[in-house]
Design a protein around this ligand. Structure first.
Ligand code: PNS
Length: 162
């Protein structure tokens, strides 16, 4: 089997735009490591890193050749540890490209790690974890934008909220 590619992110929580990028990467490269990256000094977010890993594993359970891990370090170190050939990032908009290109160039400069950009499917171009969290907190309808395990976890997390 080919070496995997690394898909790093916050994944708080994973949504269908992320799943689309994982599927594209599987088709192109054959194996994927999804890395939940978090800040060791400032742990924050709706779900803990371990909860995010569990949600990703549950959401991608039917896809072989996907492994999931969490790391409090650099994306380039996660790529090396995973034996990954490339980092893969999904792009929604030009604004994504601006920041992602800077990170890609930095990651190449410091560690020689190359990044492959994949455009997301247009139906997910507006989806972000931040908006998913915000809308779910107000009992808004997000179930069509996230995998089923995430929809359940969000419903549980915000049960009884105004
Ligand atoms: O899902 P996000 O929030 O867009 O993911 C951003 C993430 C986690 C991939 C990025 O912040 C990252 O790579 N963090 C790990 C620390 C690191 O490698 N920093 C140097 C970036 S050039």
């Amino acid at each position: 089997m080919n070496p995997p590619v690394l898909i790093p992110g916050s994944f708080d929580p994973i949504h269908l735009g992320h799943v689309d990028v994982v599927d594209q990467a599987l088709e192109l490269f054959g194996a994927v490591v999804v890395a939940v990256l978090y800040n060791r000094e400032k742990p924050s977010g709706l779900f803990t890193p371990d909860e995010r890993v569990a949600l990703i594993e549950a959401s991608l359970a039917d896809r072989p050749n996907v492994t999931v891990r969490a790391s409090g370090g650099l994306a380039v170190d996660a790529a090396t540890e995973a034996g990954a050939r490339f980092v893969v990032k999904g792009l929604r908009t030009g604004a994504d490209f601006e920041i992602e290109q800077q990170m890609a160039l930095m990651n190449h400069s410091v560690a020689g790690v190359r990044t492959v950009f994949l455009p997301c499917r247009p139906e997910y171009a507006f989806v972000s974890s931040r908006f998913i969290r915000e809308i779910a907190a107000h009992q808004g309808r997000i179930a069509h934008l996230v995998p089923e395990p995430v929809a359940q976890a969000l419903a549980g997390r915000f049960e009884g909220s105004p």
